[in-house]
Design a protein around this ligand. Structure first.
Ligand SMILES: C[S@@+](CC[C@H](N)C(=O)[O-])C[C@H]1O[C@@H](n2cnc3c(N)ncnc32)[C@H](O)[C@@H]1O
Length: 448
């Protein structure tokens, strides 16, 4: 009999039949995704424990919180004649089914494909009135869940193959993809920047809200955080052409100190031009549950539904020649919709319509923004052939947007792991769009 290999350890073991699926239609699983998942299980074995919630202390009732898709696939594999041994599981703390369901939504919205019908069903089942999810870390404050899996594992469900992305990039490396350049380095260090020629800076710094980035402390004091902002904007300014724009995308959590950022950016000699508010399509970042749990005056934690893009110019704004306007900026409040963002997801990584996260890249990175966001600003603030700099380029959204619009992108990213993910994501984007792609690592051809 064909057998699958178990290649991880959990806090306990459970047989396939004791694992109860409580997600309903919440996560969709296409044929091609199921096939990919099966292949990854065959190649790597069962490599990550299933996260379960045992209701009322009944250790037999293993409600799956995270890992449903693998269980669906394993059941299919059993029907096809595979022997499925007892599976490693980790236990998730939750006081109630409702809390467990909230956690499913949190996990799935970050790492899975959400079907809106399934979401509705699940919310009704859990008595949940607010669609209040995006960031797992923020929902749980990083505290309420105990992870007892093997060391080095993260809560990333990662049922696809993001773990298989090869580690090729090291600190200091220079990546070139069809003429766009990404430096694996620190954007608080002047050595990572071009000496000039930048026509637009578009970026989204870490928001200082305690997300788990590789290699970045997202929990700085106010002074440290604002010092980082000042250092990066100062260095960007040194690379920018006179009269050109900096578009600084920020969240609005109190810990992002966005009110102070206006002054900090202004104090380095940048001139405030205007600001935009964009509403996230789909699910906002949760917060209101804190108010619901403690309904007293002045304990109001509205869900985070918007972000802001602050525009500054390097000296007085220099208006350029005619452009093909992107009408998204007709109003200073707009929504980033599903279409513009999800079309960038490589083939086979289908995502349903209610989230503007690129879920594929988000599996390996906690804060990927939709490609449509940089696209709107690049189109309106630069002309064809000009250069866009992103000093926090992450998984490469700004690079993809620049390529789509015929601009040249220069990016800086501190984490070698995110640079690896960037190469994989960007190369897949080119291939999906039938554009030939050449990658160079430190000047030498690299086959991605
Ligand atoms: C908010 S994320 C940007 C995500 C990006 N917009 C995307 O769509 O993938 C911030 C990124 O900045 C990187 N980062 C943080 N501090 C950095 C630094 N000092 N230098 C370079 N990159 C840094 C983090 O690793 C993270 O990838």
């Amino acid at each position: 009999m064909k057998e699958i290999k178990i290649s991880c350890q959990g806090a306990g073991l459970a047989s396939l039949d004791d694992l109860i699926i409580i997600q309903g239609n919440f996560k969709t699983l296409s044929k091609s995704s199921a096939e990919k998942l099966k292949n990854s299980i065959l190649q790597e074995g069962f490599a990550d424990p299933i996260r379960i919630w045992t209701s009322g202390g009944n250790m037999k009732k293993h409600n799956i919180i995270d890992g449903t898709q693998r269980i669906i696939v394993l059941k299919q594999m059993r029907d096809d004649g595979y022997k499925i041994p007892a599976l490693p599981v980790d236990y998730i703390e939750a006081k109630s089914r409702k809390e467990a369901i909230r956690k499913i939504i949190a996990l799935s919205s970050q790492f899975g494909d959400i079907s809106i019908v399934g979401l509705d069903e699940l919310m009704a089942a859990g008595g949940i009135k607010y669609v209040d999810i995006e960031s797992f870390e923020q929902l749980t404050d990083g505290k309420r869940i105990k992870w007892s899996g093997p060391k080095g594992e993260t809560e990333d469900d990662d049922e696809y193959s993001i773990k298989n992305i090869k580690a090729v990039v090291s600190d200091g490396d220079r990546i070139e993809i069809n003429g766009h350049i990404v430096v694996c380095g620190d954007s608080t260090d002047g050595g990572s920047y071009p000496s000039g020629g930048v026509d637009l800076v578009f970026t989204s710094p870490p928001y200082n809200v305690g997300l788990k980035y590789e290699g970045t402390n997202d929990n700085l004091t106010k002074a440290q955080y604002l010092e980082m902002v000042a250092a990066v904007v100062g260095l960007c300014k040194g690379s920018m052409e006179q009269g050109r724009a900096l578009a600084w995308n920020i969240g609005v959590s109190p810990k992002t100190y966005h009110g102070d950022q206006y002054n900090v950016i202004g104090s380095i000699g940048m001139e405030f031009y205007r600001q935009y508010v964009w509403k996230k399509a789909g699910v906002p970042v949760p917060s209101f549950y804190r108010t619901e749990n403690k309904a007293v005056a002045r304990n109001i934690h509205s869900n985070y539904t918007h972000e802001m893009v602050l525009i500054f110019s390097n000296g007085a704004m220099d208006h350029g020649g005619g452009i093909n306007i992107n009408f998204k900026l007709q109003h200073d409040v707009f929504e980033i919709g599903k279409a513009g963002s999800t079309v960038d997801i490589p083939a086979g990584d289908s995502v349903s319509g209610d989230s503007n996260l690129d879920t594929r890249a988000a599996k390996g990175h906690p804060a990927v923004f939709p490609v449509e966001l940089p696209e709107v600003f690049i189109q309106n603030y630069t002309a064809k052939g000009e250069t866009v700099l992103d000093p926090f380029i992450g998984t490469g959204s700004t690079l993809i947007a620049s390529e789509k619009l015929g601009r040249k992108c220069i990016g800086i990213e501190k984490s070698p792991r995110y640079c690896d993910i960037l190469i994989s994501r960007v190369v897949r984007w080119y291939r999906k769009n039938d554009i030939s792609v050449k990658v160079k690592l430190n000047g030498k051809a690299y086959s991605a």
